[in-house]
Design a protein around this ligand. Structure first.
Ligand code: DGL
Length: 255
């Protein structure tokens, strides 16, 4: 398939960005790649994640993607250089999400829930230099979310533990694309804090690139294709659990 938007993440987290793209671009073909074999990303080293991310980007480029959306903060934080050099054809989630948080916050005291690796890279701080940023590594959320464990007592306990470390913020960045799946549970603990997600802000960047480069499509019968580096049957079950319909699902062979 040619003429498509590619989206990738370590697993199903990137669907929180993909869902916005799918809705706002009804005439675009979209390929979603889940690197399920290597999930979770957030507890690996920056070198490992850089390697996996560059492989994913090259794989999707070779398939013919017209734009690649890295719907994963951890991967984005590991490939900053490649993003900058690509002149818009590769979009990460961090810059648009950080800008949205900055413009939303009144007190400029901003919380960040992200994976351990994203926190370690300080990638958000680069875009929030005038703000106080209270960062919390929450990699322990990722696997329960992958398994659909969104509202259990265990999840609530994990959330409370991280919320307790936040220090008087008015805005909280959900700096891992898995986390919007537990935003209702987070919101119950801190109803007055504004939660920031990546979907809409990232869509705006993608839209501008496609418009300015004359690359918007008009497919009457657009296709939605899923690919995974992991077990096809497991991912199929995950997609059903997360209410996704699709035209095809295939294994991606990426070393
Ligand atoms: N969803 C990813 C992110 O936005 C990472 C989750 C993981 O694999 O650790 O950072």
């Amino acid at each position: 398939m040619k003429d498509f938007i590619a989206v990738f993440d370590s697993g199903i987290g990137g669907l929180t960005v993909y869902n916005t793209l799918k809705e706002k671009f009804p005439k675009e073909n979209i390929v979603y790649l889940a690197d399920s074999k290597n999930c979770p990303y957030g507890i690996k080293t920056i070198e490992e994640i850089n390697h996996l991310s560059v492989n994913n980007i090259n794989y999707l480029k070779n398939l013919g993607a017209k734009i690649i959306v890295i719907a994963c903060n951890t991967a984005t934080s590991s490939v900053k250089k490649e993003i900058i050099e690509s002149k818009g054809q590769i979009v990460g989630v961090i810059e648009p999400t950080a800008n949205l948080a900055y413009n939303t916050s009144k007190s400029k005291r901003i919380g960040l829930f992200a994976t351990d690796l994203t926190v370690k890279t300080n990638a958000y701080n680069d875009y929030l230099q005038d703000a106080y940023v209270c960062s919390e590594g929450c990699s322990d959320f990722v696997l329960p979310i992958e398994n659909g464990d969104l509202h259990s007592d265990n999840m609530k306990k994990l959330i409370k533990n991280h919320i307790d470390k936040l220090n008087d913020v008015d805005t909280l960045i959900l700096g891992c694309t898995h986390f919007p799946y537990i935003k209702d549970e987070i919101n119950k603990f801190i109803p007055n804090v504004i939660l920031i997600e990546s979907g809409e802000a990232t869509y705006q960047v993608v839209y501008k690139y496609l418009l300015n480069n004359n690359k918007l499509s008009n497919n009457e019968n657009r296709k939605l294709i899923f690919m995974t580096t992991g077990n096809l049957e497991n991912v199929k079950q995950q997609l059903i659990r997360f209410n996704q319909d699709f035209d095809d699902i295939k294994v991606a062979e990426i070393d």
